[in-house]
Design a protein around this ligand. Sequence first.
Ligand code: ADP
Ligand code: MG
Length: 630
Amino acid sequence: MSAPVPKSGPMASSAPAGAAGVVTPRMLTAAAIVLFALAWGFLPDFTVVILSYIGLYAMVAAGLVLLTGVGGMTSFGQAAFVGIGAYATGWACTSPVAVQFFGGAVGAAGLPWVGLVLGFVITFVVAWVLGAVTVKLQGHYLPLCTIAWGLSLYYLFGNMEFLGGQTGITGIPPLVIAGVSFASPRVMGVLVWAVLLVALWLLSNLLDSREGRAIRSLKGGQVMAESMGINTARHRVKLFVLAALLATLSGWLYAHMQRFVSPAPFNLNIGIEYLFMAVVGGAGHLWGAVLGATLITLLKEKLQDILPTLLGTSGNFEVIVFGLLMVLVLQRFDQGLWPTLQRLTARWVRQPAGRQVQASPHPLDQRAAPTAGTTLLAAEHVTKRFGGLVANNDVSMSLKAGEVHALIGPNGAGKSTFFNMISGVDSPTEGQVQLMGQVMADAPSRRFAALGLGRTFQHVRLLGQRTVLENVALGAHLRAHKGWLASMVRLDRHEEASLLAEARRQIERCGLGAFADVPAGSLALGQQRIVEIARALAGQPAALLLDEPAAGLRHLEKQSLAQLLRQLRAEGLGILVVEHDMEFVMNLADRITVLEFGTVIATGTPAEIQSNQRVLDAYLGGADEDEVAV
Ligand code: ADP
Ligand code: MG
């Protein structure tokens, strides 16, 4: 396809500048590490302790950034997971039962590791169950559930005799790793920050991968993500577990730094503070967690000094200030402070260009093109009722390889509903759908995607802040396989390069090459529709469903789109298209099916449809314009 959009024009200039800036974020991080390493021995004790706490909090907040900012879920219960980490190791290192039982096997120095494993196991089970129970219940159930969880665990800590009740557990030993004791706060702080930096590295690798795109897609809505083949429920639960494990790790370090644990720091209040840190710092940015943890910790320190004198009584008033602060920050900086910081420093800090890795030759799954004429998709007597309304009434139609089949009809005729029926978004009340010869029954849309169905949406569903390239790469999700762990340690680089190369190829093919690296949301709506087509193509579909692809395109752009669809048809794809532009449809379609009030009133070639009296009466209404206003 030549270009549905002109290569020049207002959008062309908005490609990221890239050239400006002298340092990269990586150089800044390295410089900060070197600076702190040199200064570490000379900082006052108090500063060292505060910095260590900031590191511990940032670890929890980083999990929340992933969960909340990136994945769109909220948890107030992270403090309780920190508590599990702290109490598990507290118990394992001090309780006579545990010391006797495990101590013999691993020795005294090994007990903290028993505690760590114990904490991880408990958290894993609890978080998995909590996640799995609430994940199906959308909306506010997860936050509410985490509040309940945070509260109940807090009281549990306080009331368990063997966990020391309100007094807690004292006498937790310092960590000793390879003969090095981490008893002094100054040494412990180094460990905390080392762990934090490693965790941030792993998480940012995860975000910068195929699975990271899947996580981001959770925010784009379940329907879109599932249509890309992503098991959203599974990703949600995994994300919740990952964030909880980070909190547990922080709690483990906390217990060995503090050397005693009591219920207070694992209160719901603190759970809310963690959320503040993530949101204020920058909900979608990992380093925002460090920024947020720093700001909130320092602010809390100051407020605890100032507020009681100011108000004349003591109490946890800082929570009120945090609440106001969060409202303010969200009003002014809805993405938190980190993106603002990035913008302000953009003159000096250059965002790194994508690292170049060689794409390996055959890493992506390939689908053999279907032979022309085979039936890809068949709907048989599909009826869909919404209460008393019959949106689809006994609709039967098929889509063959190598044809463009148009579905037309006035607004409200049931076209989009039918698309949902044949793409797994919703199930028919009666009748059945077959894809590639398989009866789909109540299969979810990711099954449809796996079998070779690609689709676009009438109301565009892109991740507006992510680049066109990332959006399109999401479409190829099912053609690669590297999971979370592989992504975290960068074992996915070749596969990832292949995914991005494939995405770029599809973008160029659709004529949007100039826009590959700009945020998808900055494109005109018509172009965003084309991005959706590129995204569908990245999945190498056999059947392609397009819901009003030409809406919002200019005349030349429509011609280019038609050209692209012809080319795809020639390659053997079956294309089912809903479109209102009659000129577009009549020039392109091999077959047309006309819906009215949910019922098929005609099927045939464009010529047959144009001379069908029933269609003319019911639909075209004798209008002599090309583009029928419907
Ligand atoms: P089209 O895409 O042809 O414009 P739709 O499929 O969107 O039509 O809608 C067909 C009919 O079904 C409309 O009357 C619409 O109001 C109704 N409808 C669609 N989705 C729902 C739903 N989820 N619940 C109730 N009614 C719906
Ligand atoms: Mg519609």
